[in-house]
Design a protein around this ligand. Structure first.
Ligand SMILES: [Zn+2]
Ligand SMILES: [Zn+2]
Length: 414
């Protein structure tokens, strides 16, 4: 059972409520391009997750079968409670190392790149966390937590984290002592030096209190959200690749082989001395911080939103199909999804060639859908082709209309 799939309506219901709260309170916690970028990263993560979760599942099931020290029963409530707490302990270390080591940060940074903080930020998830993430949960398999229990508590942990991504909820009294809350998770998403690398728990904040990584949100230090090396892009694929690309470039430029190898596993931000001297990186000055913003006309914004909705629906459909699809079909769907979401990202960046990219995307739909039919993913009768052609023509009309809408001047959000 895919818990995220069933949670999707609630995600969007709560996002709607948060937008209403923005209106009532005269706040602006959402910007369309940022929210679409976050949601695109989420859709991409879920789509690629159909392929990549196999890595975590197989290794976990294998370790549980061969290394489990105890036989824990799925029918015991204590096993479930234990697994829920133990999972969060493992999550704490996965998350902490995700911030403290270069190659792990490259995967996790995606979740932190948004310079806004709202419920869409919660859905902003990495597509490459599967590479090393599974290692941190092996202790659960060794103790003997059955795979079904593991998968369920993992999903519950992730779902819990959704509601804490909001600026509308203040500190919550005694709850702050035990649990991850909007206030202490805002600290986690900050780039202020005093807040950085703090509050790693998923559900419980107690691990941070025990291991010395807790920091309270302070009235005198308003949170500046985002990362110190800004993404400065609305492209969800680049969001997933940016930090890897930076590390790759530094590794390539390093004079010593040892530096080329160790850069990946060094503390986050570490660079070979010769590379740092030749290619210095400017330190961010938060007193002059400005969010990444690209002016875009109203018509172009509506166009991007409508196109994104199509990909969101396709993503939900893909999740619902889940494991019933062949690997080739899921791979095709992931590529199609990545191309489409990249194109929407380029459109949001108001690039001069964005409309050409959009046309290319619409044209490439034809062979992609044909191939999906050949792979048994879709039934392509005459009416399906009619719908696809109608969608393409409507999109072309949308591109033509949106290109005429003027971009407004930049206005910093409140
Ligand atoms: Zn984090
Ligand atoms: Zn978060």
């Amino acid at each position: 059972m895919n818990y995220v799939l069933y949670a999707v309506p609630f995600f969007f219901l709560l996002i709607g409520l948060e937008l209403l709260a923005d209106r009532w309170r005269g706040m602006r916690t959402y910007r369309l391009a940022d929210a679409l970028n976050s949601l695109s990263a989420g859709v991409l993560s879920q789509a690629t997750g159909i392929l990549t979760k196999v890595v975590g599942l197989l290794t976990y099931a294998f370790a549980w079968e061969h290394l489990a020290l105890f036989e824990l029963s799925e029918s015991s409530l204590w096993v479930w409670l234990f697994a829920f707490v133990f999972y969060d302990f493992c999550y704490y270390w996965n998350h902490r190392l995700g911030h403290e080591r270069n190659v792990l940060w490259a995967a996790h940074a995606v979740h932190h790149q948004s310079e806004d903080y709202n419920l869409s930020t919660a859905l902003r998830q990495t597509s490459t966390g599967f590479i090393f993430g599974w290692i941190f949960y092996l202790p659960m398999a060794v103790v003997g937590v059955p795979p079904l229990v593991f998968l369920t508590v993992a999903a519950l942990n992730l779902l819990y984290q959704f509601w804490v991504h909001t600026r509308h909820i203040p500190k919550l009294g005694w709850f702050e002592w035990l649990f991850i809350t909007p206030s202490n998770h805002r600290v986690h998403h900050a780039q202020n030096p005093i807040y950085m690398d703090r509050n790693y728990g998923g559900v419980f904040i107690v691990w941070d209190r025990i291991f010395g990584t807790f920091q309270e949100e302070l009235d005198e230090e308003p949170v500046v959200f985002g990362v110190t090396v800004p993404l400065a892009s609305w492209n969800p694929l680049w969001a997933n690749l940016q930090v890897y690309a930076g590390l790759w470039n530094d590794a390539r430029r390093a004079g010593a082989w040892w530096d080329r190898l160790r850069i990946w596993f060094m503390p986050t931000g570490w660079r070979p001395a010769d590379v740092a001297a030749r290619y210095p990186q400017a330190k961010a000055d938060l007193s002059h911080f400005r969010k990444f913003e690209v002016p875009l006309g109203r018509g172009a914004q509506v166009y991007a939103l409508l196109q994104f909705v199509c990909y969101l629906l396709a993503g939900v459909w893909l999740l619902a199909q889940g494991d019933s699809l062949a690997i080739g079909a899921v791979l095709l769907a992931c590529l199609w999804m990545a191309l489409g979401l990249c194109s929407i990202g380029m459109w949001l960046e108001n690039r001069s060639n964005a409309w050409q990219m959009e046309c290319l995307r619409l044209v490439s739909n034809l062979p992609a859908f044909w191939l999906a039919g050949e792979l048994g993913m879709l039934t392509l009768d005459a009416s399906a082709w009619t719908w696809l052609i109608a969608y393409s023509l409507a999109s072309l009309l949308g591109i033509w209309l949106a290109r005429g809408s003027a971009a407004p001047a930049l206005t910093p959000p409140v």
